[in-house]
Design a protein. Structure first.
Length: 117
């Protein structure tokens, strides 16, 4: 059997899973890592964690995507109390970006809530 390097293995999985699904899982994981969801007391911008997990070049690309998602969430202006607004932002981001995991949408809403308290 021929040896398969990492890039070929990645491409095989991308074809098998579908590139969009694979990317959705990656961006979801990156969002939660970058903002510190589940490990930090408040949202942050943690490039070092992304670099350790994905490598410096990929981390830079992911930060661009993540910052875009966070900016999109920041532009949302629900007219509800903070708790209801946070739930609405989470649901709205999942509606707009169905490939995001629930945990990633929760992380985005957590960050939005912190910025809007």
């Amino acid at each position: 059997m021929a040896d398969i390097d990492g890039s070929h293995l990645y491409m095989m999985w991308a074809v098998r899973l579908g590139a969009d699904e694979l990317f959705g899982n990656q961006i979801s994981s990156a969002v939660t890592a970058y903002v510190g969801f589940g490990r930090a007391a408040w949202p942050q911008s943690d490039l070092a964690t992304l670099e350790r997990r994905f490598g410096p070049a990929k981390a830079q690309k992911l930060v661009s995507e993540i910052e875009g998602l966070l900016a999109e969430a920041a532009s949302l202006q629900p007219r509800l109390d903070l708790a209801s607004s946070t739930r609405w932002v989470q649901a709205e981001m999942r509606r707009r970006h169905p490939k995001l995991s629930r945990k990633a949408a929760d992380a985005i809403a957590w960050s939005w809530s912190y910025d809007n308290k």
